[in-house]
Design a protein around this ligand. Structure first.
Ligand code: CAA
Length: 383
């Protein structure tokens, strides 16, 4: 039985920072950011958004009454959790109006956790084909002002409905995965910003992709010519190029040119949003599905990487009519509608986040947006 991604939705907050402006303010060459790292714009997160609001707003893009009736599990993958005990999934269940008779759980393993959620969802639906699973993968990538990671910040969430006979893509049963204890990126429990050994993280990512690609070929017998494109975890868009370049010598000139075009198509949205940790690889997938040159039945590779480190490589097969199933959301229009902020405004917003739950605080949530918003803390609880 075919099980896979039936729906795919995306949400990112409404403020944006032009990275040429950030480069100038930081005394860096703009080309370093836009070409060397490959990021043009990053989403800025107002203090009335958190992972719950982003995840709920992403899910609202895709959920139908039929989904609400059939979803039996909600998996929320994030490394930007809002409570050390209560999962973001419980908040989202209530806000989305899902049945109380479902399982809700939060998953954490850096940027990898969304893929674990997707695979759990696939296994569950394989056993219970009449049920659906909602997987949300969302984060706020926050490194700190004037750090090397600042240019790779971003935020947003992806929501996926996993079902039998999916409308977008079947998840093939060909995953290869690996875990290794590496100190390339971490966030201590008392820190609101991530710490990173950036160059080590890039090296480990590349190494794990190459190792898993070789293992995938050995285990499945598939070769590069079988793939119509890849969705990579994109902490910054250049990372996808660094990974793919390692195996390009396995393709002839024509396929190399084609795979590079498909890579560019997969990078369109991430280039304008920045890193959304758990959701990044699925934003790259959405970008490839909407902007790439694809046809029914083709095989796509998905490479998921989470620092610390864990990685997984698997493939998807495009279902007839997948293009219509992903056409519902005009992501480029939504990105263009974001309001640009100056570097000074971005810095003020960055400092205004309400992380101190020991104080009763209210966010600056505006009226009348129609979106789910974070309103503040009350007695240590998210209100
Ligand atoms: N014009 C064009 N290119 C330029 C340039 C210019 N004027 N100046 C520099 N560059 C190029 C450099 O040559 C370099 O290119 P290559 O990587 O291809 O060699 C690129 O711009 C970046 O330059 P640096 O390496 O000098 O930049 P940096 O030291 O400031 O660090 C970074 C870059 C490591 C990505 C840093 O932003 C960072 O630490 N980011 C956060 C960590 C991260 O994203 N890691 C990715 C792997 S981990 C992961 O995937 C999990 C996750 O989500 C965090």
């Amino acid at each position: 039985m075919a099980v896979g991604i039936d729906k795919l939705g995306f949400y990112t907050p409404s403020l944006a920072l032009d990275l040429v402006e950030l480069a100038k303010a930081r005394g860096d060459e703009p080309d370093k950011y836009t070409i060397g790292i490959g990021q043009s714009v990053q989403t800025v997160v107002p203090n009335y958004e958190d992972v719950v609001t982003m995840g709920v707003n992403a899910a609202k893009e895709i959920l139908t009454e039929d989904d609400l009736a059939k979803i039996e599990m909600l998996i929320f993958a994030t490394e930007s959790g809002i409570d050390n005990s209560k999962s973001a999934a419980v908040f989202a269940q209530e806000l989305l109006g899902l049945s109380p008779f479902i399982r809700t759980i939060e998953m954490k393993q850096a940027c990898y956790a969304g893929t674990y959620g997707l695979m759990q969802a696939k296994d569950f639906v394989t056993l219970h084909p009449d049920k659906k699973v909602l997987v949300i993968a969302g984060d706020i990538a926050r490194y700190g002002l004037k750090t090397p990671g600042e240019v790779t910040q971003g935020a947003g969430a992806i929501a996926m409905v996993v079902s039998a006979d999916p409308a977008i893509a079947t998840i093939n049963d060909d995953s290869v995965y690996m875990s290794r204890d590496v100190a390339d990126f971490w966030r201590p429990v008392d820190s609101t910003t991530a710490l990173v050994d950036g160059h080590l993280s890039t090296d480990v990512y590349k190494e794990m992709f190459l190792t898993l690609w070789q293992r995938y070929q050995e285990q499945t017998g598939h070769e590069l010519a079988d793939f119509a494109g890849f969705a990579f975890h994109l902490p910054y868009t250049k990372m996808g190029k660094k990974a793919l370049d390692q195996i390009m010598d396995q393709a002839d000139n024509q396929q190399q040119a084609f795979l590079r075009e498909q890579l560019t198509a997969s990078q369109v949205y991430n280039r304008q949003v920045g890193n959304l940790y758990t959701g990044s690889v699925y934003l790259a997938l959405l970008s490839l599905l909407q902007q790439g040159q694809l046809t029914d039945g083709q095989r796509l590779g998905v490479f998921s990487y989470g620092s610390g480190a864990e990685a997984e490589l698997f493939s998807l097969e495009l279902v007839p009519g997948f293009d219509k199933a992903v056409a519902g959301q005009d992501v480029l229009a939504q990105l263009a509608q974001r309001q640009n902020v100056s570097v000074a405004e971005y810095e003020a917003i960055f400092q205004s986040q309400l992380f101190d739950s020991s104080k009763n605080q209210e966010s600056d949530a505006p009226d009348g947006t129609g979106l789910c918003q974070f309103v503040g803390w009350q007695d240590g609880q998210r209100r």
